[in-house]
Design a protein around this ligand. Structure first.
Ligand code: XMP
Length: 513
């Protein structure tokens, strides 16, 4: 690739992705690499700088993550964050110990003073809040290092050896709670590493297209297109790279939102690709008939999806490559943890064992979600595809609570479209992370005109969240709720009552099933 590279060396900290994002946001390309990556491999990548991340361990313990100390004689600038700072201190002859007093263990927002002569803090205010999270204490900085920031508990909240370009901070500049943290990262990149800020999406697109052409040659590629952001952008990128060698299989399971299938088809019909839209609505409805248990619904949809896809893949014939829309967070997180299964996510990503192909291509595996959206725009995909909110693989089936029928899906599709339309015209769509309607299986008595009704209650859900692991219900204006409610009961036959969900996650989840 033609642009400069920064390596984020991963010691297992919880904010590592955030560090990478902060670097890329400043137009500097970076990749996260495990701390076990051999030094020779790191050198071969020729980075302009390295960031050591935080991590849960203690540097003085045997078996805690370390690096080859020869990294310090290579001549490349290094920024150590939290564990990374302590590791640098430890390996260069400083002393890190468990904090003896509680006061020296710092967690949370901490008033910190900075030496603004230090290149890392140049141009910043002399005091500010930093986000600390460490139980170890650097008793002695290594030789050659100056103490460049301090808090009440820590005289060495930051250390620097400016002559070698080594900087360490005990706090986390990558998190929002650290005031001016982004500026500190900016200073490291531009003042210390002399970055050119040469990474643009246009450049990424060009190099990615070329790399795909080199790899695929005249081979054939198959992609399962769900209509979600990732698979749509992967399809557009592959279309640009290999055109008609690509076949996109779009399984329309009838669980999509209003007009969604047509929108996806329209976006790809103009491109020189083989686009196969499979109308599998009946199949899915038959398999879902009478099933009301959420996990069973999810499993059925996941299995049926693979079955339909395999059938279509067989019609396409032998393919060389199966393409997937895997994105960078999936790559960084893969293999991490084994948290309890709250919901089994059905993603098009986990496809299939039985299709024959030589290799998998994952053209987005180095991009974060917002970068995927930018790439999509660069490739000319329409805004309604690129900026779309997350939509679950099992689609509206998990927003129709209880058993799924065609009638219920039709009611929900209409209702959801009205809710989305009103949210968009009020500008709430730009502020909120996700919102949708769900059809409850509660029916209740109402009165309309002079007659009695016995219809469904619709639930509206709108949330704000950073990562969808936790979420807060959105405070949307009453007037807007009122407008939506009036339109829903008047325009959608089958609904006579509207609820707004005011639970956060946890204890609820974003979706109802
Ligand atoms: P929950 O309901 O688990 O949702 O709080 C968190 C986020 O994940 C989305 N979601 C899914 N996405 N396949 C997906 O690709 C799924 O099966 C699935 N289930 C939930 C949900 O829309 C929300 O954004």
């Amino acid at each position: 690739m033609s642009h400069q590279l920064v390596i984020v060396l991963d010691f297992g900290g919880q904010y590592n992705q955030l560090i990478a994002r902060r670097v890329r946001e400043q137009g500097v390309y970076c990749e996260v690499k495990p701390y076990t990556t051999p030094l020779a491999d790191l050198k071969a990548m020729d980075p302009i700088g390295i960031v050591f991340t935080g991590g849960p361990d203690s540097v003085y313990l045997d078996g805690s993550p370390k690096v080859d100390p020869a990294i310090f004689t290579w001549g490349v600038p290094i920024l150590g964050i939290c564990y990374g700072c302590q590791l640098m201190a430890h390996l260069l002859g400083g002393k890190v110990v468990p904090a003896q007093q509680d006061a020296a263990r710092e967690y949370g927002k901490t008033e910190t003073g900075f030496d603004t002569e230090c290149r890392l803090f140049r141009g910043l205010p002399q005091t500010g809040i930093t986000w600390m999270s460490h139980g170890d204490y650097m008793e002695r900085a290594p030789q050659g290092f100056a103490l460049t920031a301090r808090s009440a508990a820590c005289p060495n909240a930051a250390i620097a050896d400016e002559s070698r370009g080594f900087y360490g901070v005990q706090f986390h500049p990558e998190v929002e709670h650290t005031q001016n943290g982004t500026d500190m990262i900016h200073n490291f990149l531009f003042e210390v590493c002399h970055a050119a800020g040469d990474w643009t999406m246009e450049d990424y697109k060009r190099t990615a297209v070329q790399a795909l052409r080199d790899k695929i040659g005249d081979g054939r590629v198959l992609l399962a297109l769900s209509g979600g952001v990732d698979s749509s952008v992967a399809a557009a990128l592959l279309a640009e790279a290999v055109g008609e060698q690509l076949t996109c299989v779009f399984v329309d399971h009838g669980l999509l939102r209003k007009n969604e299938g047509d929108e996806v088809e329209a976006a790809f019909s103009e491109r020189a690709v083989n686009f196969v839209r499979v109308d599998a609505q009946d199949r899915f409805l038959i398999r879902l008939a009478g099933v009301d248990e959420p996990e069973r619904k999810r499993k059925i949809i996941g299995e049926e999806f693979i079955r339909v896809f395999e059938e279509e893949a067989r019609k396409v014939g032998a393919v060389d490559y199966l393409a997937q829309g895997t994105i960078y967070p999936d790559v960084i997180e893969s293999g991490a943890g084994d948290a309890a299964v709250i919901k089994s996510h059905h993603n098009v990503g986990g496809l299939p064992d039985c299709v024959e192909f030589k290799e998998i291509v994952e053209p987005l595996r180095l991009l974060f979600k917002d970068e995927v959206r930018r790439l999509g725009r660069e490739l000319g995909l329409p805004g309604h595809l690129v900026d779309r909110q997350p939509f679950p693989g099992p689609g509206l089936a998990i927003r129709v609570i209880g058993d799924v029928t065609r009638d219920k899906l039709d009611i929900l599709r209409e209702a959801d479209a009205i809710f989305r339309e009103e949210m968009a015209s009020a500008g709430e769509d730009r502020r909120l992370s996700q919102f949708f309607a769900a059809l409850t299986n509660l029916r209740s008595v109402g009165v309309m005109g002079d007659g009695r009704t016995y219809d469904y209650a619709l639930a509206l859900r709108a949330v704000t969240t950073d990562d969808f692991m936790t979420a807060d219900w959105a405070r949307i204006p009453y007037e807007l709720l009122d407008r939506v409610s009036v339109r829903l009961v008047n325009e959608v036959k089958g609904i006579n009552r509207v609820f707004y969900d005011i639970t956060s996650k946890p204890p609820a989840t974003v979706e109802f099933e």
